[in-house]
Design a protein around this ligand. Structure first.
Ligand code: ATP
Ligand code: MG
Length: 499
């Protein structure tokens, strides 16, 4: 049996992981200068949190989430036939005292189960040979197994819902000023794996929550994002911008859009046809070539914004101009998640083929209230797809700098080993990366291994050096070789390292 990582999920190995660390470190540094602090979130949350926040009609919630039923460890496994009566009584107690989810599904199944059980008991005669009874028993088994013993949990497909959940749970709206949080970590979506699209992928994101929805905040969030991209030297970052209205003007626009879409329904593919009813904004997102001409003629949200939204958008554009930030407007940029309103944006980068969006973001003023928090709290944020960011950097020729090893410490003769161990410790304490062979190697082999490991220096410790209380140090790039005392060796290596 050979094990492999599951489909759509991958390992990130050294030296590539060093580039990941550099990118994440740059994010930490840049975000800190804008006053953001890190929030570390759970990887799994109640399924209901995402259904609520993201919206049931989105691709993410309707088909991409990894959800499972949790079961409190003390709850029993389903019973065998003979135990069904006592088990049903047990289920009733658990439902009453909240040990199992008190939802409508569970209530309905329990009522049906009690009914089926009573019918079954009421029948006289020898049950073991009656086929109808076997069917009844089978049906009871199905009902019994359908009872959810624990809550539904989901591996997070994104993190904004969790950030808002945490913001409410910890009463963070009482903190002074705006609450500025960033996060980084894995997200999970059941998608068709391809370049730049994985089932476990990574995001670096930030959220600003607070009482104000001033466009200067939107502009500063975007400025921070672009400052980060500039810091890591991302090539060809292009900012696309849109405003998708709010609860005053969007519903009317959506109705208008739906009306127009119904008229051209037969020119659209099955996905778009379905979305006319479920989520018409998403039709604008379509990449199907044959739908483009039709979509271009649809009504545009910019012409249907209410005054407040139009002013907000105009001020955002002024604020961006003031910061020298270039953007392109894209009226079809609606984003995949329902909670966005007003400002939406996306950033693309080069070298990524069709999965070229490295970041999506926008304003979500109603979300805090939707999840049970204070109606006054507004929010804006973004999520960067780290996998795609790294891919784009690599396509542009970036690799992690720093050689893995500074010193390969080759020792020869058992009596030299304790000195080698002590020297390795001293070097490592000073931040020098050392490779120390566990067993004695032949001279030629050890130097060739040092070379293949990419070590910059080989330090050689043989009987001769031991007797003279010296070390031979060889610079592998040019073969320069010298004999030094321990003090001089430390000084030499530290100086070389700093250079
Ligand atoms: P797409 O349109 O590419 O599916 P999305 O709108 O679903 O993206 P968001 O939910 O806005 O993406 O997430 C923000 C960013 O996260 C995206 O711009 C992208 O860089 C990244 N991302 C989203 N899904 C994946 C995935 N399955 N694999 C890798 N990166 C992803
Ligand atoms: Mg997607």
């Amino acid at each position: 049996m050979k094990f492999q990582a599951i489909k759509g999920v991958r390992d990130i190995l050294p030296p590539e992981s060093a580039l990941w660390n550099q990118v994440e470190q740059a994010a930490r540094e840049v975000f800190a200068t804008y006053g953001y602090g890190e929030i570390r979130l759970p990887i799994f949350e109640p399924a209901e949190l995402f259904a609520r926040a993201i919206g049931g009609e989105t691709d993410v919630v309707s088909k991409e989430m990894y959800s499972f039923e949790d079961r409190p460890h003390e709850l029993l496994a389903p019973p065998t036939y003979g135990e069904i009566g006592p088990y049903i009584d047990q289920l009733k107690t658990w439902l009453e005292n909240g040990r199992i989810p008190q939802d409508d599904d569970n209530k309905f199944r329990l009522v049906s189960l009690v009914q089926a059980w009573n019918d079954f008991k009421a029948k006289p005669g020898d049950r073991s040979v009656d086929t109808n009874d076997l069917i009844a028993v089978y049906q009871m088994g199905l009902l019994r197994d359908a009872v959810k013993l624990g809550p539904a949990l989901t591996l997070r497909p994104e993190a904004t819902a969790s950030v808002v959940r945490a913001y409410i749970e910890h009463g963070m709206h009482t903190r002074p000023g705006n609450v500025k949080l960033y996060y980084m970590g894995p997200m999970f979506r059941r998608e068709r794996p391809q370049k730049g699209r994985y089932r476990q992928f990574y995001q670096i994101g930030a959220e600003l929550l607070g009482p104000s929805d001033h466009p200067a905040l939107d502009a500063e969030v975007i400025e921070m994002l672009l400052a980060f991209f500039a810091r890591i030297d991302l090539k060809g970052a292009t900012l696309y911008l849109n405003s998708i209205g709010d609860r005053n003007c969007r519903p009317a626009y959506i109705e208008k859009l739906r009306e127009e879409l119904r008229k051209v329904k037969d020119q659209l593919g099955p996905d778009s046809q379905r979305r006319i009813e479920t989520n018409p904004l998403r039709v604008l997102d379509s990449k199907l070539p044959e739908e483009q001409a039709v979509i271009e003629k649809l009504p545009r949200i910019a012409e249907h914004l209410c005054d407040a939204c139009r002013e907000h958008y105009a001020e955002l554009k002024r604020q961006l101009a003031l910061r020298g930030i270039a953007y392109e407007e894209n009226w079809r940029l609606v984003r995949g998640l329902d909670y966005y309103m007003r400002t939406t944006f996306e950033i693309t980068a080069t070298g990524l083929g069709s999965q070229n969006a490295v970041c999506g973001g926008g304003r979500y003023d109603g979300l805090v209230e939707l999840l049970g928090g204070p109606a006054t709290a507004k929010g804006i944020g973004f999520a960067i797809g780290t996998d795609r960011l790294i891919l784009s950097l690599e396509e542009a020729g970036q690799a992690a700098s720093a050689a893995a090893i500074d010193v390969f410490l080759a020792w020869f003769g058992a009596e030299t080993y304790p000195v080698a161990v002590a020297l390795a410790r001293k070097l490592r304490e000073r931040g020098v990366a050392v490779e120390l062979p566990a067993v004695e190697m032949k001279f030629g082999k050890s130097l060739s291994l040092a070379d293949r490991l990419g070590a910059r220096y080989a330090v050689i410790l043989g009987e001769e050096e031991l007797a003279a209380k010296q070390f031979t140090v060889k610079r592998l790039a040019d073969g320069d070789q010298r004999k030094l005392s321990e003090t001089d060796l430390l000084a030499y290596l530290l100086e070389a390292r700093a250079a």
